[in-house]
Each structure stands twice: as C-alpha cells, then as structure tokens.
Ligand binder design. Structure first.
Ligand code: XIL
Length: 343
C-alpha cells in the first residue's frame, strides 16, 4: 500500500524540502544508470562524488589526472539540473604518497608540498568552475583525541596549520564563486566541537575565504542528542558560517572509530526495536534542520539506499548496516515518511 502510494507520488525529498535546502546524495559512477539513477533523479537535487574527486582518484601520479569518473558525475548532474558538491581537496586519507615524496624518496619541503597542493587545487577547482557550487576544501584536520588539537597528518607534519589557510586561498583563486567548506565528523561532540570552533574562528579572524562548515553527520541511534545537535549548529553559526550536513547516515550500531573484522558471533539484525529508534532519530534531526533553515544550506546523504552503504565495510568488514531512508529494494522506509511529514 505504501509502495503504491510512493509510486503514484511524483514528489521526492527535494520537493518536500524545496523551501528549506537542497537534499543531496553521494554516489559512484555505477549509480548513474539503472534503477538507482531513477531514484536519484526523483529524490535528490544535489550530488557528491563518493570517491571520484578525492586526490588519489584524480591525480594518482604527479601531473597525471584521471577525470573520467568525476566528469561523468558532473555531466549527469548538469544534464538533470542537480547541484554538485565537490569532495574533497585536501585530506589525510585517499591521498597519493607521491605528493609528500621527492625524487630522492625523502619527504618534501613545505614549499614543495604547498606548490603541489596549489597545482592540484587549481587544476581540479578550475576544471569544474561554475559547475561545482560548493567544495569541501579541507577534510578532517582536527584530531579525535581531546588532548590533541590538529590531527598529526603528513600535511600537518610538513606544513603546520598553514596548509589549511593555503588550501582555502588556492580554491578561492581558482573559482571565486564557489562556496568553500571545512568538513569534519563528530562535530557535535562538545570537546571536538570546541576545537573545530577554535580553528574556524582563527580562519575567520585571518580573513581566510571560508563560507561554512560541513558536518559529516555519520550518526548513530545514540548520537547526537537533540541538545548536542542544536548547540553545534548555533555555535558554528555564531561565527557567521553556513552549515551543510555533508555525509548523513544513521548507523544501527554504536559509533566505533577503528576498522576491524567482523567477529563470528556478531549480529547484524535490523530488529524492529532498532528501526523504531532510527525512525525517531531521523524525525528529530530533520525537525531540527527545518528549524535552522536560515543557516543550513545543504543536507546530503552518504549513499542512496541500504542496498549498499560504505558502512557495510566500515568500521567492521562485512557487517550489514541499514543507515539510509531507502531499503535494499530502493523503497522508502518508515523513516522516510517521518522525514517528509512536517508536524
Ligand atoms: C568513504 C567512501 O564512502 C568509501 O567508499 C571509501 O572506501 C572510503 O571513504 N568521511 C569522508 C568520506 O569524508 O570521504 C568517506 O567516504 C567516509 C568518511
């Protein structure tokens, strides 16, 4: 009955949220044809490349760019009137080792690394100038450990925090109209929130061209609480920054930081109790999003449906997860109807 109702209803998330913010989805090129592409076009008006625009995908070797997959996503979006979020320009993962390494096999100097970063950003942002409306410029630079400030990545080891300022400047020079975001996870946890706030405030104080913060929103049934979510939005918005939820999903398992193998007795049952909690959590976060529509400028899901999500492999290999609004058959879940039911 609900399936019939869904089929006969031409509206998707993007239509219900038209007066609020674009609703996006992260995809790989294989999703651009077949039944998943039909769902994308009905539901979403923003798209992110799940992997195709990361540094390791675009420039696996120095000066040798691989554009095919990124170009496919961009042309699919342009053809279908879908906005594009670029993800991402500078990160400590999925980044090729050559960028940190000289011809002698040793670590490069700060000057060389910044020049390489500049060349990369100039090429990528320049290629999609006017097409990609927002970029995640720097991803995950703050450490999870409350006793640390910056993540001790190669970027940080070689450049200190200067790589952040520079990345934003390079991106702004390559496309002055693109909106530029700092993107991170666990952004609602009070102690990480305050360190991110401090970083963002220092960027604003220095006059760095930053438009907003991307809150990844890899959430669970326990986190964030409504209060944590509200506090985070208000705290970041107080800096005059826009807010985008860039990688939303709602794991049915509690948050776990490190990748590991599945244990033999580990259950991956999507029980009615877990589904009920997930419905309530989805209803809560979208109610809060609607309330803050003046500062929220995008809400993007990380993957399309429970048929496949990156959380099937992360952090536990081979443990099935059910974090999205569409089920394995691409049908809307109960949580979907809560999200489009404005009370
Ligand atoms: C993930 C992709 O979904 C996976 O396919 C890939 O194997 C690893 O990266 N934070 C981010 C995203 O900023 O780029 C990550 O995407 C998920 C966590």
């Amino acid at each position: 009955q609900t399936i019939a109702k869904y089929r006969s209803d031409n509206r998707g998330l993007k239509d219900f949220y038209k007066a609020y913010f674009p609703i996006g989805v992260a995809v790989g090129v294989r999703k651009l044809s077949g039944d998943e592409s039909v769902l994308i076009k009905k539901q979403f008006n923003s798209i992110t490349a799940e992997n195709a625009m990361k540094m390791g995908s675009l420039q696996p070797r120095e000066g040798q760019f691989y554009w095919k997959d990124a170009d496919s996503i961009v042309s699919f979006a342009v053809k279908n009137g879908i906005k594009i979020r670029g993800h991402n320009l500078c990160w400590h993962e999925q980044t090729p080792n050559w960028i940190f390494t000289g011809k002698d096999g040793k670590e490069v100097s700060k000057a060389v690394l910044l020049q390489r970063l500049k060349d990369h950003i100039t090429a990528v942002v320049g290629r999609y100038k006017g097409k990609i409306y927002a970029w995640d410029v720097v991803n995950e630079a703050i450490d999870d450990d409350p006793n640390q400030f910056m993540r001790n990545s190669k970027w940080y080891q070689i450049c200190g925090d200067d790589f952040i300022v520079k990345a934003f400047e390079y991106a702004h020079a390559a496309d002055p109209n693109a909106k530029l975001y700092y993107n991170d996870y666990n952004t609602e946890r009070p102690e990480k929130r305050e360190r991110i706030y401090k970083l963002l405030k220092s960027l604003k104080d220095k006059g760095v061209p930053i438009d907003g913060i991307g809150l990844q929103a890899h959430w669970s049934l326990q986190e964030p609480t409504e209060n944590e979510l509200r506090t985070a939005i208000e705290r970041y918005a107080s800096l005059g920054l826009k807010i985008q939820f860039t990688e939303l999903d709602m794991s049915i398992y509690p948050w776990e930081k490190n990748k590991r193998a599945r244990k033999a007795n580990e259950s991956d049952q999507y029980t009615p109790e877990l589904e009920q909690k997930q419905i309530a959590q989805y209803a809560m976060v979208f109610r809060v999003f609607r309330e803050y529509k003046s500062v929220i400028t995008n809400v993007t899901f990380w993957n399309i449906s429970d048929r496949h999500t990156w959380l099937d492999e992360y952090p536990v290999m081979g443990r099935k997860n059910y974090p999205l609004l569409f089920d394995v058959n691409l049908q809307p879940k109960k949580a979907y109807w809560e999200v489009v039911n404005f009370k």
